[in-house]
Design a protein around this ligand. Sequence first.
Ligand SMILES: NC(=O)c1ccc[n+]([C@@H]2O[C@H](COP(=O)([O-])OP(=O)(O)OC[C@H]3O[C@@H](n4cnc5c(N)ncnc54)[C@H](OP(=O)(O)O)[C@@H]3O)[C@@H](O)[C@H]2O)c1
Length: 275
Amino acid sequence: MNFSLKDKSVGFIGMGNMGQAILRGLVTSETVDPTKIFVHNRSQGKVQKVVGLYGCQSTSTAEDLVDKSDIVILATKPQDLLELLEPLRNAFNEDKVVISLAAGIQLRTLKKYIPKANLVRVMPNTPIFICKAVIGFCMSHSDLIVENLVKKLFSPLGHVVSLEEGDPFSAFTVASASGTGFVFELMHYWQDWILEHGISEEEAKRITIETFLGTALLAASEEGLSIEQLTEKVASKKGVTAAGLQSMRELELEGILRMSFNKAVMRDHELGKNQ
Ligand SMILES: NC(=O)c1ccc[n+]([C@@H]2O[C@H](COP(=O)([O-])OP(=O)(O)OC[C@H]3O[C@@H](n4cnc5c(N)ncnc54)[C@H](OP(=O)(O)O)[C@@H]3O)[C@@H](O)[C@H]2O)c1
């Protein structure tokens, strides 16, 4: 099985927010030839839009899409996925790679509906809309060719991480996918505090964004330093930053965050059990 992307066709079932973001990323980065991309969606408007925009092809049925595609990306909401897969059980074969984006639907559940094919679960976070995502994936069985294919396919959209399903994938989901929401929550408090000190809302938002952005870029540029070392570097002894950091530690900010992350992991497990 040769999995160079050049000669492979990619099909999308579901052309909502995530499906369109991935399609756009693959076409604009020239990772996949648009004439080798097939799309299928429940409502027709989205299909017409992307066919017009990117020059990909539509299929009238999901079965036809599976037949024409080497790689099938399942991009419906989790609650629509299993009903969609039920009649497709025999459409897949061992040569297909099936990538599910559905949060909470585990590989063993997918395996029941798609007994043949290479199964992959992918979890992107929302910065995928600007090609700055962190994208985690796990596979039904270890296969270097499929692993490289998934990395090639998704790397134009962000940083791609291979994970084991179970605790690592769940922790990744919380830290990265939910993490975007957690960081926004922190940014909200930042902005509100700035606002209370006589700075306009527009400027407070900008200051907050630039502080988070600049800090992340600085951390990325200082590859040799740990995040802990970077924190020490910006806080001089008995200085202003050190006073704030000491208070955060005394108030146990870390404990609050850990508890919140663990609550989110528990919810992820609950959703997984219901499948
Ligand atoms: N959005 C995110 O930030 C995010 C992050 C991580 C993972 N995900 C995962 O990505 C997946 C897609 O999420 P989304 O936000 O893109 O959802 P969405 O915008 O609601 O898109 C889902 C699409 O699937 C289509 N669809 C539903 N049932 C179908 C069927 N039987 N056949 C063909 N098409 C069907 C819907 O068609 P209609 O036009 O008829 O509604 C809709 O266009 C989900 O599984 C989600 O868990 C999303």
